[in-house]
Write a new protein. Structure first.
Length: 222
């Protein structure tokens, strides 16, 4: 792909409190994409704009409460009128208990949390949704992650019929810089959650260890 290979791509970034969101904005801006960051805290947005300016990267701030369904629907209407609905949405928040033991990430391992961009993804319905995954600790683990997962640009470059929308192909993870993101397609996002509800994205499918049994399904609450 050329230097401006993503010139017509609209990207929305959430979870901007994570330092890795700077890498995402910088790399997509360098490829010519139109990058927008959404958050309800104007100070976080200002810090993001300041930090990525060091790399001459551009990001548009969207001061919006991404946990509010009503605000997101108004946001969607505005983007639709402008022809700027996101093709790609990337959330860098440490949801689902994501944590790191090594490297520069300061996320703390905790109980599974709701992804801050889940509701926005269900309302805006981007073609692709990426979520930052916990990195493997240690130099060897990080090197294996790099070897095991293709870059997002490599996935987008695949020939028609063999790309990310191929129903017979399953690409669970992609890389942006040295960070691994789980990938969801539009049909995996599902219907919009009820007003005010934030339903987290399901964890990416992982291989079960030999001899283990899948957990028994839980009955729905009445």
């Amino acid at each position: 792909m050329g230097a401006l290979a993503l010139e017509s791509l609209n990207v929305l970034v959430t979870g901007i409190e994570a330092s890795h969101s700077r890498d995402v904005v910088r790399l997509f801006s360098a490829q010519g994409a139109s990058v927008m960051a959404a958050d309800g805290d104007a100070r976080k947005l200002s810090r993001l704009e300041r930090d990525v300016a060091l790399y001459r990267a551009k990001v548009e701030a969207a001061p919006i409460n991404i946990a509010s369904a009503s605000e997101l629907r108004l946001f969607e209407d505005n983007l639709r009128l402008l022809g700027r609905l996101p093709h790609l949405m990337i959330c860098c928040c440490p949801a689902h208990g994501a944590g790191r033991r090594g490297g520069s990430t300061k996320f703390t391992a905790k109980a599974p949390a709701e992804c801050v961009g889940a509701l926005a993804a269900r309302i805006l319905q981007p073609s692709l949704f990426l979520h930052l995954e916990a990195g493997r600790p240690g130099i060897i683990g990080r090197a294996l992650s790099v070897l095991a997962h293709p870059t997002l640009l490599a996935v987008l470059e695949r020939k028609p019929g063999r790309g990310v929308f191929d129903p017979d192909a399953f690409t669970p993870y992609v890389r942006i810089a040295a960070h691994v993101y789980s990938l969801r397609r539009q049909q995996d996002v599902g219907a919009a959650a009820p007003d005010g509800a934030v339903t987290p994205f399901p964890p990416a499918r992982r291989k079960r260890r030999p001899g283990t049994q899948p957990p028994a399904p839980q009955a729905n609450a009445a």
